[in-house]
Design a protein around this ligand. Structure first.
Ligand code: AMP
Length: 289
């Protein structure tokens, strides 16, 4: 079955209704396009859970701040369609801004939990309101059996789990592991912003996270580890660092001294025009056994 692309909610719903009439299971993979192998890995995981896979491509204006890269964000629909077709995806949903936010649109979705005020929530005010708004719409438009989101955006995944539970959205939310380049850099559409020199520096983030993860999982004190990590990231050429923090894997509450339960280390830092994010799981060795 080759890829079909639709641009309206009505066409999306008609396609899903036809599949439902055949008793097929449906998965949705929301993206902003400029697809890379990380996105394609989500479609493979989607395939393990469903008979039909939808990938949405929409650069959502409401999740960008006024000085952020909404205008510059890469838009590569023909190339994305080729990748999706080669990856065996059945449907691409690529709506316009007017289709998603028609005249008179007036509804916000806001997650009133401390987890939205830290990390990217602190660095990008309003970002998670925009994410919650668009993901709620996409889930209700497609009403898939499941939707796949990458742990690359771990905080986003936690926020999505929160509002879909709170709003009783009948869609299973599935997290997918982070796909990396061979040198460890987490794949991202924003890696396209990097010059060759910056691209050579970028894997520092993953290296620093890996080093802290190893030491923190054996019980090392976090203060000195994070101080050294910050220094290493700045010395490599990143500036500024938005955050380098260890937080509880579920609640995203800050972990101050040592890691005694499942945690995560998170980083966001600027390199040239790119703001890169990454994270690793920290499992204390007495739990990991
Ligand atoms: P984006 O297009 O950047 O909004 O990402 C769309 C989805 O792909 C989100 O659920 C991301 O977490 C996920 N994603 C982005 N990069 C990666 C990656 N390197 N590995 C796994 N998932 C990713």
């Amino acid at each position: 079955m080759s890829l079909t692309t639709v641009h309206t909610v009505a066409d999306l719903r008609a396609t899903v209704a036809a599949w439902r009439a055949e008793g097929l299971r449906v998965a949705l993979v929301p993206t902003m396009g400029a697809l890379h192998n990380g996105h394609i890995s989500l479609t493979k995981l989607a395939r393990e859970h469903a008979d039909r896979v939808i990938v949405s491509i929409f650069v959502n204006p409401t999740q960008f701040g006024p000085t952020e890269d909404f205008g510059a964000y890469p838009r590569t629909l023909p190339d994305d369609q080729k990748r999706l077709d080669a990856g065996g995806v059945e449907l691409c949903f690529a709506p316009s801004v007017d289709e998603m936010y028609p005249d008179g649109f007036a509804t916000n979705v806001s997650v009133d939990d401390a987890m939205t005020t830290v990390l990217c929530g602190a660095a990008r005010p309003g970002h998670f309101d925009g994410v919650a708004q668009i993901v709620t719409k996409l889930l209700l438009q497609a009403l898939p059996d499941c939707a796949i989101f990458g742990q690359k955006d771990y905080q986003q995944l936690m926020v999505i789990r929160r509002f879909s539970k709170d709003l009783n959205i009948p869609v299973e939310i599935i997290g997918a592991k982070i796909l990396r380049e061979e040198d460890g850099l987490a794949m991202s559409s924003r890696n396209r912003y990097l010059s060759p020199e910056e691209r050579a520096i970028a894997p520092t983030l993953n290296r620093v996270l890996a080093e802290i993860t190893t030491k923190a999982s054996s019980g090392a004190e976090l203060g000195p580890l994070l101080a050294k990590g910050r220094q290493d990231i700045l010395t490599a050429g990143f500036n500024p660092i938005d955050y380098l923090e260890v937080r509880d894997a579920q609640t995203l509450e800050q972990v101050d001294e040592t890691v005694t339960k499942p945690a995560r280390i998170f980083v966001a830092a600027h390199l040239g025009k790119a703001r890169l994010i990454d994270n690793h799981a920290i499992t204390p060795i007495d739990i990991a056994g």
